[in-house]
Design a protein around this ligand. Structure first.
Ligand code: GLN
Length: 282
């Protein structure tokens, strides 16, 4: 009963969160389907975790950590169907170093933050930018990767500037800095934003020619292009923020301290560079 309520609360929060970044029109089917999926996943893992916590003492806590679905090279499904990426490798190495256990929940970005706020998850690692607005609600680890927003268009597109977006539709992912940036310049350049729940559907909309561009983190778009997606980035990276591991403000302080201690150890030992080099060639 309680779980149902939480799931219901999440759906309501999700619906509200659609207006958080612009409240632009959302592809109903995509958003509704991913929301339902994310809600079910959250419910499943709650049940699983409840069993774990009755069996184990409090000191053996299994932290529930949420991540995004498609945000390569930080988290994505590889050819073998495994979730891999810089965030996930880093988290694994830090957990081993600091001796804590966790369960990874592949929720999607907005579902991860909504679930964190609803108390469903203990933390989020999802290429999440440390911003002043977010610092009001969350506590962040030390920054672990510098990033910023970029604009991608189809490789054969004529769009070369923000001015060229006038009267057109662009795609962005709900609740992200890419979406917030697009929103901040939408009126000035006269374009409309279509919001998507996940990066894959956002990219598809551009490839299909419905949206003429998408706004997403620059290194993620760069990685997408290097993997063969026929996009190009006509403009430089917009100033952005570094990524951090997030917990709710004042909560899970112990986990945050362990993350920071582990991150430092990974940087000192060279493991951090090793993980980065696995995914990003210099
Ligand atoms: N870095 C961006 C943000 O924090 C996007 C994160 C993501 O899409 N996983 O808003």
């Amino acid at each position: 009963m309680k779980k149902k309520l939480i799931a219901l609360t999440m759906s309501v929060l999700m619906a509200v969160s659609l207006s958080a970044c612009g409240g632009g029109s959302t592809k109903d089917t995509t958003a509704a389907a991913s929301t339902a999926e994310a809600t079910t996943k959250a419910e499943d893992t709650t049940a699983a975790d409840a069993e774990v916590s009755t069996e184990k003492a409090a000191s053996d806590k299994v932290y529930k950590i949420a991540t995004d679905t498609t945000f390569a090279p930080f988290e994505f499904e590889n050819d073998k169907g495994e979730m891999v990426g810089i965030d996930l490798d880093l988290l694994k190495a830090i957990a081993e170093d600091q001796g804590f256990e966790y369960e990874l929940v592949v929720a999607g970005f907005s579902a991860a933050t909504t679930g964190l706020e609803a108390g469903e998850y203990d933390a989020v690692i999802a290429g999440m930018s440390i911003t002043d607005a977010r610092k009001e609600k969350y506590d962040f680890s030390e920054p672990y990767y510098d990033s910023g927003v970029g604009m991608a268009v189809n490789a054969d597109s004529d769009i070369a500037s923000y001015e060229d977006l006038n009267g057109k539709t662009v795609a962005a992912k709900i609740g992200t800095e890419g979406c917030t940036f697009a929103e901040s310049i939408a009126d000035q350049y006269g374009f409309t934003i279509m919001q998507f729940e996940d990066s894959s559907s956002m990219y598809q909309d551009v490839l299909a020619g419905n949206s003429v561009a998408c706004f997403e983190d620059y290194p993620v778009l760069g990685y997408e292009i290097s993997r063969g997606t026929p996009f190009k980035m006509p403009l430089d990276m917009e100033h952005g923020n570094s990524y951090g591991f997030a917990v709710m403000k004042g909560e899970n302080t112990e986990l945050l301290e362990k993350f920071d201690a582990g991150l430092k150890n990974m940087k000192d030992s060279g493991k951090y560079d090793e993980i980065l080099n696995t995914y990003i060639s210099k």
